[in-house]
Design a protein around this ligand. Structure first.
Ligand SMILES: *Cc1c(COP(=O)(O)O)cnc(C)c1O
Length: 408
């Protein structure tokens, strides 16, 4: 008899964005004339930059001639891309990362989700609450949790991210083995300083733990004091893996390309406490289960690092950051507390005692604006909503005018 992986039955049945879509559709049906503005989804809205399209086209054209055609490429990615990443994103930043420590992939969701395969089942996993759902759900599927009760899975060490700690996890008062961090953060938009990150690096070193650092929103950092990579922190190479993506950086959400940095110094342990190279393990996993990102897409990603590409991409991010600024100012003027909106496309708004789904319904029905209810990201998001700056300036301006009318 073919039996199911019953860990899947522990997963929460309702999916956040499906719930949102249902409520939005019902509202639209009742109000067929209403023009609804979607400020909920974390997806970019701007087209790929001209330099990126040029690189993409060049790659496609090469596929059209026998002499330049490419079949299977290296599973880890082409050297031309890995070298540009190592130089521009790390070495120029003062982080000593080499091209062969970079693994190109089809995105950070897959990598952050897949990486946990390399670890034992009975490790202790520490997750922020609120959290990007993929970190949690993939550990549930792998059987590292018990049942879901009261908004939480047993077996997970939840790190509450609330106003009291500037929405960033505090060091656990017990021993944990695998730590997920995300900065600039989705959903809260908060950012970790070098000092905060350094505390985590020392914790991991002292406890022989590993940090999985998601830096998908790195390109939104404009404050030069903030770390752009965890490898700016001394000692991080032995205890941290970093995930990056071209999705939010350069509008690749539909094009698909990201990468994971696994330094050669990074070690995990067997039951005897002997060291095992994480780089070798991920390389084995990646080359067995993944067959590389398509050549034209890697050419498009390479163009992100060209002179024109850099300028164009910065302009795109500036556009979204300007939206974030407009949203933040409106929210502040309405008397709400919020975090994010700087160095991040997300604004995390405190609804005071309002339940996040009630707040969601209020904005939908009174303003025709769709946000994301914080409860979808964890128990600590219960009284918050997330508004995303990924939209046109026109939509953002109109949405903010409507919010002012609805909430004053
Ligand atoms: C969008 C996002 C990613 C990137 O996902 P891709 O699979 O690369 O598109 C990764 N982590 C977080 C927290 C995100 O919000």
């Amino acid at each position: 008899m073919i039996r199911a992986n019953e860990n899947y039955s522990k997963l929460k049945s309702s999916y956040l964005f499906a719930d949102i879509a249902k409520r939005v559709n019902e509202h639209q049906k009742k109000n067929p004339e209403a023009i609804i503005i979607r400020m909920g989804i974390g997806d970019v809205t701007m087209a790929l930059a001209p330099a990126v399209i040029k690189g993409f086209h060049e790659g496609v054209d090469e596929m059209a001639g026998d002499a330049t055609f490419r079949g299977y490429g290296p599973e880890q990615g082409y050297a031309f891309l890995r070298e540009k990443i190592a130089k521009n994103d790390f070495q120029d930043q003062g982080a000593d990362i080499s091209a062969d420590e970079i693994f190109i992939s089809d995105g950070a969701k897959c990598d952050t989700g897949n990486f946990q395969e390399l670890f034992a089942q009975d490790i202790k996993v520490a997750l922020p609450d609120p959290v990007y759902p993929a970190y949690l759900d993939t550990n549930v599927m792998a059987g590292r949790t018990g049942r879901y009760e009261d908004g939480r899975y047993s077996g997970i060490f939840y790190m509450d991210c609330l106003k009291e700690n500037q929405f960033f996890p505090e060091l656990p008062d017990e021993k944990v083995d695998l730590i997920y961090l995300c900065s600039p953060n989705n959903p809260t938009g908060s950012t970790m300083t070098k000092n905060e990150l350094a505390l985590w690096v020392s914790y991991a070193r002292e406890n022989r733990a590993l940090i999985l650092f998601d830096a998908a929103y790195e390109s939104f950092i404009r404050d030069n004091e903030l770390p752009r990579t965890i490898y700016e922190i001394e000692g991080a190479k032995e205890v941290a893996v970093e995930f990056r993506s071209f999705s939010k950086t350069a509008g690749f959400t539909g094009t698909r390309c990201g990468f994971t940095v696994v330094p050669k110094e990074c070690m995990i342990f067997n039951t005897k406490g002997e060291k095992i190279s994480l780089h070798a393990l991920w390389n084995r996993r990646h080359s067995t289960k993944f067959n590389g990102v398509s050549y034209p897409v890697q050419k498009a990603a390479e163009a992100v690092y060209s002179k024109e590409g850099k300028v164009q991409i910065r302009q795109q991010i500036d556009y979204y950051l300007n939206n974030a600024d407009i949203i933040s100012k409106t929210i502040a003027s309405l008397g709400f507390d919020y975090v994010g909106g700087k160095n991040s496309p997300y604004i995390w708004i405190d609804g005071a005692d309002r339940d996040s789904w009630d707040f969601f319904d209020l904005l939908l029905t009174k303003a025709g604006v769709v946000c994301t209810p914080g409860a979808g990201f964890g128990r600590c998001g219960q009284n918050y909503i997330r508004i995303s700056a990924f939209n046109s300036l026109e939509n953002v301006t109109l949405a903010m005018e409507r919010l002012k009318k609805a909430l004053t």
